[in-house]
Design a protein around this ligand. Structure first.
Ligand SMILES: Nc1nc2c(ncn2[C@@H]2O[C@H](COP(=O)(O)OP(=O)(O)O)[C@@H](O)[C@H]2O)c(=O)[nH]1
Ligand SMILES: [Mg+2]
Length: 183
């Protein structure tokens, strides 16, 4: 596969979207972050005991070439439900999505996965591994997230380039497979 593809990177607040795009991008990633206000902290409960003080209010953008000559334009989409209209706009023209999941809170990913299904956007799921996070068997994660058998499920560390690129390649392989099946 060569050419260019628009890819969404979706998932709940704090799952690692900004981190992953920054890790894999060949260009200086564009990231629009805003300080979380006290009010925002109430609206956007932050998982775990992280010292995170910013949250994405609009989008992240990066570019990554995989498999030689396929250029992926990566759009990180805000995970908060109240940004759903923006999320749907961002999905226009996208070929597929990488859905990031935090094993400490699988349910936090339901909204994003449901939106992808509503939009008929093919996706792969990447469990971003956090320290102290539970290690579930892949089958248990599939069941909890109600994934179709064909949906790729991989693990990654959003701070690690090779594992994050591997997750993107798993998605690309899936997109090729889906495109081949429907043609
Ligand atoms: N331990 C660990 N921390 C991570 C990982 N990915 C992201 N983080 C941290 O988790 C926080 C939230 O990540 P961020 O990329 O901002 O999440 P976003 O809200 O989905 O964009 C940041 O402080 C990251 O440094 C990871 O794979 N492992
Ligand atoms: Mg972010």
């Amino acid at each position: 596969m060569s050419g260019a593809a628009k890819i969404l990177v979706v998932g709940p607040l704090g799952v690692g979207k900004t981190t992953l795009i920054g890790t894999v991008s060949e260009i200086e990633p564009l990231s629009t972050e805003a300080s979380m206000t006290r009010a925002g902290v109430r609206v956007d409960p932050y998982p775990g005991d992280s010292d995170k003080t910013t949250t994405t209010v609009a989008l992240d953008f990066g570019r990554r070439t995989v498999d030689g000559d396929l250029v992926l334009y990566l759009f990180g989409t805000p995970g908060q439900q109240r940004f759903l209209p923006a999320w749907r706009d961002l999905a226009k023209g996208a070929l597929g999505a990488l859905a990031l999941v935090d094993a400490r809170d699988l349910a936090a990913s339901f909204d994003a996965l449901g939106n992808l299904e509503d939009l008929d956007l093919p996706f792969a799921v990447a469990v971003n591994v956090f320290p102290h996070g539970p290690r579930y068997a892949a089958e248990d994660i599939r069941t909890a997230l109600d994934l179709l058998p064909g949906t790729p499920l991989v693990t990654c560390d959003a701070r690690d380039r090779s594992s994050s690129v591997r997750a993107l390649i798993a998605l690309v392989r899936h997109l090729i497979h889906v495109a081949t099946e429907s043609s």
